[in-house]
Design a protein. Structure first.
Length: 283
């Protein structure tokens, strides 16, 4: 669901020819959102079908690679804050996407040695790469799961063997909720997660929007939809509803570049507002 940059240690994108099958028998002729994101970020875990569809997006939304980088940077800043000042030692990254350097567990464990991280995804390519990359990594696990069935995720013995849900946990929904349609009631899904989380837990969200240059944003989303990939652009108020029952940390629900930028760094102002992001604490 969600996607991140592929790791150079897994350059499968340059090893397999069109018409071949990828890990787990995946049809490489069918575009994949995670691999398209990998392409935007200069990774190698993508194929011709992914690049062809991604190029269609870039023709109408050329800012996409820069926003992908900013989305990743937001995730890292949020995890660094949670593992540090917020004192969170458990992370569940749902829709984790393709493996990348500076993954959630690397950022968290650098700040809080001993932190536990479970990555969740429903993509067989993501699962194969993640398990290969994280084999033997202490305090980390990759499990299969779909955000639309949160009870199966948090009830999984693979997860509960590493994450104690009776203690505060951070649940990351970074660039994934827009893959859930309104009729599937993503707000109900997040509310279920909230009610299961212990007090003091945190929720991290980034979500696409069309608050700026709406015509281009919608055109980019339409490319995904024509490829049978759900992509729902939501307003600021609709995204804010996901934080019902949470106390939004400063600076609130903002553009990617505006969420606690590094000291001395002026946030970029040249990118369109196609993402809102925020971190909430369950009180």
């Amino acid at each position: 669901m969600k996607s991140q940059r592929g790791d150079a240690r897994f350059p499968v994108g340059v090893m397999l020819m069109d018409g071949c099958q990828g890990p787990g028998g995946v049809d490489l002729n069918v575009p994949n959102v995670a691999r398209m994101y990998d392409y935007y970020l200069g990774g190698k875990d993508n194929y011709a079908a992914d690049r062809a569809l991604a190029d269609q997006v870039l023709r109408v939304a050329p800012q996409t690679p820069a926003l992908a980088q900013e989305n990743r940077a937001f995730l890292q800043r949020a995890v660094r804050h949670l593992a540090g000042p917020a004192g969170i030692g458990q992370f569940v990254d749902i829709g984790a996407g393709l493996p990348t350097l500076e993954n959630t567990h690397e950022v968290a464990q650098r700040t809080a040695p001993g932190a536990h991280v479970v990555y969740v995804d429903n993509d067989p390519v993501v699962l194969a790469h993640g398990r290969a990359l994280l084999q033997g990594a202490a305090g980390t696990r990759v499990i299969q799961g779909d955000l639309r069935r949160p009870d199966e995720i948090l009830g999984s013995p693979e997860l509960t063997g590493l994450i104690d849900l009776a203690r505060p946990v951070a649940i990351l929904l970074v660039s994934v909720l827009h893959c859930v349609r309104d009729e599937e009631d993503p707000w109900k899904i997040v509310a279920w997660l909230r009610d299961t989380m212990a007090p003091g837990s945190h929720l991290v969200i980034s979500h696409i929007t069309a608050a700026d240059h709406a015509e281009n944003a919608e055109a980019g989303a339409d490319v995904y939809r024509r490829a049978s990939t759900d992509m729902t652009l939501r307003t600021h108020s609709a995204i804010r509803r996901f934080f019902d029952g949470f106390e939004l940390l400063e600076p609130g629900l903002v553009r990617l570049t505006e969420w606690r930028p590094p000291e001395g760094v002026t946030p970029r102002q040249d990118l369109p507002t196609w993402f809102f992001c925020g971190v909430g604490r369950k009180t």
